[in-house]
Design a protein around this ligand. Sequence first.
Ligand code: C2E
Ligand code: CA
Ligand code: CA
Ligand code: CA
Length: 275
Amino acid sequence: AKAVPGTSLQFPPEGFERGSGQVLDAEQGLRAGVSKDEFVLFYQPKVDAANGALLGFEALVRWDRPGLGRIAPSDFIPAAERTGLIGPLGRLILAQACQQIARWRAEHGEAFPVAVNVSPLQLIDTQFPQLVADTLAQHRVPPALLTLEITESAAVTHLEQARDQIRQMRELGVRVALDDFGTGFSSLNLLRSLPVSTVKIDRSLIEPLPAPDAAAVIKAICQLAAVLQLDVVAEGVETDAQAQAARHAGCQVLQGALYAPPLTVDDAGAWLARA
Ligand code: C2E
Ligand code: CA
Ligand code: CA
Ligand code: CA
């Protein structure tokens, strides 16, 4: 196995057999895309459940592939993870997000936080906290304006490393959110054992709202989060009834199609200008 430059990772990962043409095609296409910087971030607003005020954005990557259109992350992130290219791609994404935070901060005077999704492979990369520190410094971004969203499943699979890495990122002053919360099995205990700042409740738990049993689950999560002093974000809010039920259950921050889909950087800037 070869080292992946700039990371502590090896490629191919242990036990991985190369040789499938499909994997090689995906790798070549992605490698070219990374070197030509074909990835763009869209920004989805997060709003205050109490009054609808803009609180920040989640950055969601898309691949604008010449001649092939715009490709969704579910269609290339898995290949990037399999091929080790998530290392360089993740660096581009982090840099683009930090650059944008700095621009908005300069343009609007007020600071708007941005959350960036972190792949499980980045989470276990021991060089990742240093990369975060360097990228923030390079773009002169106050660490509190960056949130890293890590998935519950990644944290469960690599619990010891995850805990240590999250602690290092929190020490930098960066916020860390546990994403897709409620889709795994060890959820409640996990919440207690990881030094995260925010819980992000998965859309699959928000979707059945305002059904009373679903509301009771959200309420229980919010009560535990309050004891642990964590913020709660509800993702995938599509209807007024869901928004009301989520707010009622104790979610402080809402995100979803009811407010806005992921926006181009210009459209997100227009939201900022109005905020
Ligand atoms: P996620 O982090 O759970 O992101 C939420 C997904 O739900 C996004 O899909 C978003 O566009 C979509 N969404 C937002 N509001 C609504 C809604 O009201 N209804 C519905 N049905 N969907 C909504 P997207 O952008 O396709 O991203 C999918 C996944 O890809 C993300 O799930 C995340 O796991 C991953 N991803 C996205 N960007 C990045 C990135 O920059 N790096 C990494 N490593 N993963 C990323
Ligand atoms: Ca996310
Ligand atoms: Ca999520
Ligand atoms: Ca999700």
